[in-house]
Design a protein around this ligand. Structure first.
Ligand code: CTP
Length: 550
């Protein structure tokens, strides 16, 4: 049935229903676009029925069209890869699982990332951590059966409300066992609700994110891969394709997942997937509620990909297409061309930073650094709201806040740094600042002055190695006990002591005490030049000041 692209979905639902049509569609640039009735219904049930049909219409020739889905697009035998690419302990677990699943009389599959990686990587020994298993049946009953029939399987947790169980095989291999299921999304960005369990495999895979993640590695027919969505072809064509047109409206965090996989595997977005992404950003954003935690996790995944040309390309797309607005659709903040440019150049500088500071790099390093630049120019209120939505920890918020404050004075602050800077100069420059703040400041320097950036990196690495943990043996109370008058003089002398210590002249506590006493004596002589020596300080009351017995 022909409709206008701008027809609201609720109208299209009525018309399709009234006319008993499976599709509504229109012609644009010589190409026929169609939206399936089921997808129109899904949009309507999420409250998105005022949006135009074109938001989810796809070319008639698209492989995403309903109808082809119950057909297997490929069933391929990958059993040779099994022993070639999977670690031995995992292969052993799969063989044992196969015989138990056959006894249980069910069909079980390894699903998701591991299967994708098995087909994707040709040479690597794959690392296997958490394994997702799905069975066409009752996952909790299977997990009980596995435990009753093998000492190697142990159920760690059962989640009856989700019909899933967490299991351990031998010492350390973890399995998540789930029943195949159908889900619905109550609204855009909500957590999905399971409506049916134990459904045929095809209905389970088709609800997922991308064709490359919808491949099922059979356990009962060990080594066979079942492909209902041309995922194998998409791996060969190196492209990321959603499984249905409503995917991004149901779970917008999948947009970041798409970019993450493109960056990680050097893939491209399939054309219609790219268009669906743009439609979501254009018209779906205002309906997007909740989901901050998932967005954070996926953003971490994307920003945490090692620097490469592919990542750079994806981050450019992230910025230029406005995907960054997913972090908080409610703020009107728009990045300027200049800030987009800066984020782009970050990819070129980060490898230098990572190699200079290797050994000090913290777990979320790439994520945290990118956040500094993503949030660097934002008005304060937008920054607060966005970091709240993402649930950033206090430490992360403070590090970014520090960077935002220092930013206008970075050139001035670091401008005097040179190769022969003294320990004191270096210490004063970095001390008290969070690691991420310092690195972001150094990167900011690097945008205009790479030699200075390298000098700063070398200085910071030395600071981390030698002086970050440097501290005095004496504290303010000790100084007072030694005769320093209470007040500003205590702080000033502590500072002086630290600087002398940085120069390597106060190796231990006795040297520090001696230095204080000399200082007091010099002061006394300055006030009263005839005095030959100052009265010795009273016997220190604070036992800390008494040099420890040899
Ligand atoms: N999945 C999905 N939609 C999401 C997240 C996950 O459909 N928003 C599905 C995908 O089929 C995915 C599987 O759940 O393969 C497991 O997700 P996850 O563990 O997050 O990712 P992996 O695909 O295993 O990838 P990674 O290598 O990053 O762990």
């Amino acid at each position: 049935m022909n409709v206008e692209p701008s027809l609201p979905i609720y109208e299209a639902v009525l018309q399709a229903h009234g006319g008993h049509f499976d599709f509504v569609g229109y012609v644009r640039d010589g190409l026929r676009y169609v939206a399936h009735r089921d997808d129109l219904h899904k949009m309507a049930s999420m409250g998105l029925d005022t949006l135009p049909v074109e938001c989810i219409a796809i070319p008639e020739t698209s492989p995403l069209l309903h109808g082809e889905r119950s057909e297997l697009s490929a069933k391929a035998d990958y059993s040779r890869r099994l022993t070639q690419y999977f670690p031995v302990y995992f292969v052993a677990a799969l063989y044992e699982l196969q015989s138990l699943i056959l006894k249980f009389d069910a069909k079980g599959y390894v699903i998701g990332g591991i299967t994708r990686d098995l087909l994707l990587y040709n040479e690597k020994r794959l690392a296997v951590r958490d394994v997702d298993i799905t069975i066409e049946g009752d996952a909790i009953a299977l997990s009980n059966f596995l435990m009753e029939n093998s000492r190697n399987f142990q159920v760690l947790e059962r989640y009856p409300e989700f019909g899933t169980a967490k299991m351990r095989y031998k010492e350390s291999l973890m399995f998540d066992v789930a029943s195949t299921r159908e889900e619905v999304y109550p609204h855009c960005g909500a957590l999905p609700m399971v409506v049916k369990r134990g459904v045929p495999l095809v209905d389970d895979v088709i609800r997922r994110d991308f064709t490359i993640n919808a491949l099922a590695f059979s356990i009962h027919e060990l080594g066979h891969v079942l492909d209902y969505s041309n995922g194998i072809r998409d791996i060969e064509m190196r492209q990321i394709r959603v499984l249905h047109p409503v995917s991004f409206f149901e779970d917008p965090s999948r947009i970041l997942r798409a970019l993450k996989f493109c960056a990680r595997f050097d893939f491209e977005l399939a054309e219609e997937t790219h268009r669906l992404l743009e439609y979501f950003l254009q018209c779906g954003g205002r309906f997007y509620k909740g989901g901050g935690e998932r967005i954070k996790q996926e953003l971490k995944g994307l920003l945490g990909v090692a620097e490469s040309e592919a990542k750079r390309r994806c981050l450019r797309l992230f910025m230029e297409s406005g995907c960054y607005r997913l972090l908080n659709m409610e703020t009107p903040y728009q990045h300027t061309t200049e800030s987009i440019e800066r984020l782009d150049r970050l990819s070129l500088l980060l490898p230098v930073v990572e190699s200079s500071l290797s050994g000090y790099v913290v777990p979320d390093f790439l994520f945290d650094i990118h956040l500094c630049f993503l949030f660097g120019d934002m008005p304060s209120e937008d920054f607060q709201k966005t970091s709240q939505r993402l649930g950033l920890t206090k430490a992360k918020r403070e590090a970014i806040e520090h960077f935002r404050k220092l930013r206008p004075s970075i050139a001035e602050r670091f401008g005097t740094l040179h190769e022969f800077a003294s320990p004191v100069e270096i210490y004063d420059l970095f001390h008290g600042l969070p690691f991420i703040t310092v690195v972001a400041c150094i990167l900011e320097l690097g945008f205009d002055n790479q030699p200075l950036m390298k000098t700063a990196l070398a200085a910071f690495a030395t600071y981390k190695r030698k002086w970050e943990r440097l501290h005095l043996e004496l504290d303010g109370n000790d100084l007072i006990d030694l005769g320093v008058p209470e007040g500003r003089a205590v702080g000033q002398l502590l500072d002086e002591l630290l600087h002398v210590k940085l120069a390597g002249r106060l190796p231990d506590r006795l040297d520090e005490i001696q230095y204080v006493q000399n200082h007091l004596q010099a002061q006394a002589e300055a006030v009263n030049p005839v005095a030959e020596s100052v009265e010795p300080a009273e016997e220190p009351t604070n036992s800390h000041v008494v040099p420890p017995a040899p």
